[in-house]
Design a protein around this ligand. Structure first.
Ligand SMILES: Cc1cc2nc3c(=O)[nH]c(=O)nc-3n(C[C@H](O)[C@H](O)[C@H](O)COP(=O)(O)O)c2cc1C
Length: 205
């Protein structure tokens, strides 16, 4: 596969803030017709040093970092309780671009989780209450029956955010922007934290 879509990527084209640059690339991926331009593969590490990775949706991007929501009792939630270091990647095939993020997560305050939860569709809220993500369940029917019971329990009332559900914010210390070039000498520009600001360095492909 030859990557021919992009003109050369130069430092002076990038925002001084990697999160603004990431926002621009997600916007470009959306404009290019990608269905889930904010989907990122998130890697965590367990107490034994075993990494695991899965896709989650980036729901907010600000100067504070990257926010995603999940079940705190899931495999990733348990990993993050013991080790807050994460890596995340985005890949947009239509743009021939990748972004890599490394940093630490912090769980969001319960008050934030409650207000975000309240903004979600009712079906998503009932699903979050029902599912103890990553646990073994004997049958699909068991899960469906539990959803039915939860739906009846909250009939006529606004489902409340359970303690086991909420967000994390990734505070990055390193963000790399990769763009395919023809031949194999792709462009890689990496931001790393230096004091209050960022240093951008070019990496060999
Ligand atoms: C496109 C896509 C988006 C997803 N978004 C989320 C998400 O935002 N939060 C989440 O907990 N799981 C999300 N998932 C499911 C996760 O990939 C994963 O199955 C789940 O979080 C359990 O992972 P764990 O057992 O490693 O904790 C998404 C999956 C896909 C394919």
């Amino acid at each position: 596969m030859q990557y021919t879509r992009n003109p050369p990527l130069e430092v002076d084209q990038l925002s001084p803030d990697p999160l603004l640059q990431l926002e621009a690339w997600i916007g470009a991926a959306r404009d290019a017709g990608m269905i889930e331009p904010a989907a990122m593969t998130l890697a965590t590490v367990d107490a034994g040093g075993q990494p695991s990775a899965r896709v989650v949706l980036l729901k907010a991007l600000s100067a504070d970092g990257l926010t995603f929501y999940t079940c705190y009792e899931s495999r990733k939630g348990r990993d993050l309780a013991g080790n807050s270091q994460v890596a995340a990647t985005f890949w947009w095939d239509r743009l021939e671009r990748q972004v890599r993020v490394e940093g630490r997560v912090e769980p969001l305050p319960r008050s934030h989780n409650q207000s975000y939860f309240a903004s979600r569709p009712r079906e998503s809220r009932l699903g979050a209450i029902t599912s103890r993500q990553s646990r073994v369940v004997a049958t699909r029917a068991e899960l469906d029956a539990r959803l039915q019971a939860v739906t009846e329990l909250w009939q006529g009332r606004a489902p409340e955010c359970p303690d086991h559900w909420g967000g994390y914010r990734i505070r990055p210390h390193c963000v790399e922007f990769w763009q395919g070039r023809s031949g194999r000498l792709h462009d890689r520009l990496r931001y790393r934290r230096a004091g209050d600001g960022w240093v951008i360095e070019r990496l060999e492909p």
